[in-house]
Design a protein around this ligand. Structure first.
Ligand SMILES: [Zn+2]
Ligand SMILES: [Zn+2]
Length: 154
């Protein structure tokens, strides 16, 4: 693992939180709030909280069962709300957002807001992301991380 010092000024990196980092892709916007990183106190570098931190929380996000909904087959044009179980017509999506808290360990916990064209349950009002949009959601997320040049541990 790399030493926890800044390659430019040799100051020790310190744990810090970024108030908000945002990325967009094809109508989807992902915003991580209070995102934990290691940072040079003089602002030279930002680094992941620990090795594979980004990978681990992306995987966690992709497995939140109450967030994703599978598109029904062509012949069964209904989907079932993962939250309340209501069956409904598939057709429309509308602009909606969800906020998800990730990582239960204290150091790494933060939340992500995802906004975009979701399937919205007509009974409980909860928005869900069709699994086909997962690629765009994760691309938006990657752009958020890239925009702040958050380095990985090597
Ligand atoms: Zn520095
Ligand atoms: Zn519902």
């Amino acid at each position: 693992m790399m030493p926890r010092t800044c390659p430019e000024c040799s100051n020790e990196l310190q744990q810090q939180r970024l108030a908000s980092i945002t990325g967009e892709d094809m109508g989807w916007r992902v915003r991580a709030l209070e995102y934990p990183v290691f940072a040079c106190p003089r602002g030279h570098v930002l680094r992941e909280l620990y090795p594979d931190f980004n990978t681990s929380w992306s995987t966690e996000l992709s497995k939140v069962p109450s967030l994703w909904v599978t598109a029904p087959s062509f012949f069964r044009r209904k989907w079932r709300c993962p939250s309340c179980g209501e069956k409904q017509q598939h057709a429309n999506t509308e602009q909606a957002s969800r906020k998800i808290t990730l990582h239960n360990d204290k150091e790494g916990q933060f939340s992500v807001e995802i906004a975009g064209p979701m399937r919205v349950c007509r009974r409980c009002g909860q928005g869900f992301i069709g699994k086909r949009a997962a690629g765009q959601v994760f691309e938006a997320l990657a752009k958020a991380l890239k925009s702040h040049k958050i380095e990985r541990w090597r």
